[in-house]
Design a binder for this molecule. Structure first.
Ligand code: GLP
Length: 268
């Protein structure tokens, strides 16, 4: 896995926004995989700024979100439908019909999961999948011990995740226990997976993902199998990594076209 470490969340967000911008620029019909949670918010703000400044356009982009709670109406403030509208879609030029989020209120949830996979396939697959990581190592809502080759399906959240996500709700009992999430197998099919993690509270999960064994106990460790996975970390999230010096050495020796911090036309 490629590991990029920066001093603060702002610099991490800038890198991820630049990578997204380059995909939008280089692909005729870019297909983005998008994530929710607090981590990508800074990056979405940067994409909105770039879009407003006319430097990037989402007009030809199709997006697929990783996951959604089961049973929350789309206009519930904590639904990922509402999150995406508020944090990104309402502020950029993406055609609303090109955005896809699993429908956690579908009459037939199993059919919804199959159709979601079909829609991803029909676009030709995801070019860039942006990911966050849960404190227990989950990606999307793929919790520990689940299959590392799973497809989009209905999952049950762990007590740990219910506790973590309770901060967005009135209390823990309000957090839905069931979700629809792209599977690990679905995520691993993206051309490029880019995982963003910031803060001390992510450091154990980050260490397990990058330097631990590949195990369903840390679902994110499955990214070690991916042909092109990049972790963008702030120093706090990276604090437990044993091979930090090696990651810095590798980055220092990147060829120009591999570098993330060369000035480019997307930066201010
Ligand atoms: C949720 C989402 C994940 C996200 C995780 C971390 O559980 N399903 O996709 O990565 O939260 O969220 P945060 O960025 O708020 O720590």
């Amino acid at each position: 896995m490629e590991v990029i470490i920066r001093d603060n969340p702002e610099d991490c967000a800038q890198i991820v926004a630049n990578v997204v911008a380059r995909y939008l620029d280089n692909k005729d019909k870019p297909v983005l995989g998008l994530a929710t949670g607090s981590t990508p918010e800074r990056m979405y703000k940067k994409l909105i700024e770039l879009n407003r400044a006319g430097r990037i356009s989402f007009k030809k982009t199709t997006s697929f979100n990783l996951d959604e709670y089961v049973g929350l109406p789309p206009d519930h403030p904590q639904s990922y439908h509402a999150y995406m509208k508020e944090k990104l879609f309402d502020h950029i030029d993406i055609p609303f019909g090109n955005t896809n989020i699993p429908d956690g209120n579908a009459a037939d949830l199993r059919e919804e999961c199959l159709q979601y996979e079909k829609r991803i396939r029909e676009t030709g697959g995801i070019d860039l999948q942006v990911l966050g990581i849960g404190s227990n190592g989950h990606i999307g809502f793929n919790e520990p011990i689940g299959s590392l080759s799973s497809r989009t399906w209905i999952k049950i959240l762990t007590r740990n995740t219910l506790r973590d996500n309770a901060r967005f709700f009135e209390d823990e009992s309000q957090v839905p226990r069931h979700v629809i999430t792209m599977g690990i197998g679905t995520i691993l099919e993206a051309e490029h997976c880019l995982i963003l993690a910031c803060g001390h509270h992510k450091s154990e999960a980050v260490q397990a993902m990058i330097e631990g064994p590949i195990t369903s106990q840390c679902p994110a460790s499955a990214l070690q199998f991916h042909k092109r996975a990049t972790a963008v970390l702030d120093v706090d999230a990276a604090c437990l990594l044993r091979l930090k010096e090696h990651y810095r050495w590798v980055e220092e020796n990147h060829l120009d076209w591999q570098r993330y911090d060369l000035p480019n036309r997307f930066e201010k």
